[in-house]
Write a protein that binds this ligand. Sequence first.
Ligand SMILES: Cc1cc2nc3c(=O)[nH]c(=O)nc-3n(C[C@H](O)[C@H](O)[C@H](O)COP(=O)(O)OP(=O)(O)OC[C@H]3O[C@@H](n4cnc5c(N)ncnc54)[C@H](O)[C@@H]3O)c2cc1C
Length: 404
Amino acid sequence: MQPTHSAEAQAYREKVRAFLSETLPSNWRGVGGLCGDDVAGFEREWRSTLFEAGYLAPGWPKEYGGGGLSPLEQVILAEEFTKAGVPTGGSNDAFSIGMLGNTLLMWGTEEQKREYIPRILSGEHIWCQGYSEPNAGSDLANLGTRAVLDGDQWVINGQKIWTSAGQLADHIFVLCRTDADAPRHKGISFVLVDMRQPGVEVRPIRMMSGESEFNETFFTDAVAPKDNIVGGVNNGWAVAMTLLGYERGEAAAKVPLRFRAELDRLFELARSRGLSNDPLSRQRLSCCCSKVRSMQSRSWRQLTQCRCGHRRRWYGSIFKLYWSEYHQVVTELAVDILGADALVPEGRRPTTAFQTDDVGAPNSTGSWTTVFLNARAGTIYAGTSQVQRNILGEMVLGLPKEPR
Ligand SMILES: Cc1cc2nc3c(=O)[nH]c(=O)nc-3n(C[C@H](O)[C@H](O)[C@H](O)COP(=O)(O)OP(=O)(O)OC[C@H]3O[C@@H](n4cnc5c(N)ncnc54)[C@H](O)[C@@H]3O)c2cc1C
């Protein structure tokens, strides 16, 4: 199946392609072709190019600095950027723009939008997510970080954990308990906190890949202005759920293309190891191929449904469940193909712990084994597979609610 687009949409695709060929070097192969400091340097410059061109938040209204693009144009943009192997934003923009910015546009007061949105876009504020705690992950409503109003500011005490890219951020959106006597979901507020203060401490956690991309975040009498609550005091649960919808759902346009590029690289690896005629390897490769195709079809279907106004919270759950489980299968296959070489990883490693390696990355053992290890986390972050199945069971299949 190949979707056909209108002449207007095709013209928009050409416009994006022209932008890419004007702004990228002629020998460009994708970020995966860069190493070491060149990656960070490119990403910094590329983010400002996107900012100046109005491509950083393509779906936002123009009055807030967005591109005002239609859902189809946004998908075309994401597709072309992914094929070209360039990011759609900077390292923390999944949190800053994808999660917080979108949520502020929906729930923020006009003052909050005017204060934060321009700073998010310019990169003056870099955000991370403070939801999970040692005793509150899947059961997020169990969170214990407290915010108490003292005069005109909130005083925050508690601990968050697994704060991705917290070491790069200077702001954090924090779910806090603001009414200890209310029912669990009703006494929570969504607070915007400046991390550049003595009461906020970020401690890195070492992952099994050896990298440290997430952290513990401690709040000891940290403060936030009284007006820094989004969506109203004790209404944070509804705001938090809106944000999770963005966290799980926005990837549909990019993920199948990134996985397709990754799979092509795996075909290449199998060929180079003389396994392209091995029946068992062929069977496993074709199974992965059909899963990527099915993901692509689902993403087109989701786009069509969104364009017809059928946006459902659980679309993101289906997609997240599917890609994260697929990614463990394909990376296990890669490690099997590498055999004993996987025990001594060498060469360029991925620049991020999330999803695949960058488009254009070399077929190094360092790349595949690190992605293999990182893929274990895919079925945990942004809601575990079990939690997604609970959501789908209840919301789509109409099964009885799980006992509390
Ligand atoms: C790489 C990575 C990055 C992350 N980044 C962030 C971040 O930036 N900010 C942030 O706030 N959090 C972040 N997280 C945390 C993530 O959201 C939690 O790990 C996740 O919600 C699961 O919570 P938990 O780890 O406490 O596991 P638990 O909730 O304790 O779950 C343990 C096991 O029990 C199962 N389980 C739990 N409840 C149920 C149920 N009701 N029904 C069936 N099975 C159930 C789970 O599926 C899981 O298998 C990150 C996690 C990872 C791995």
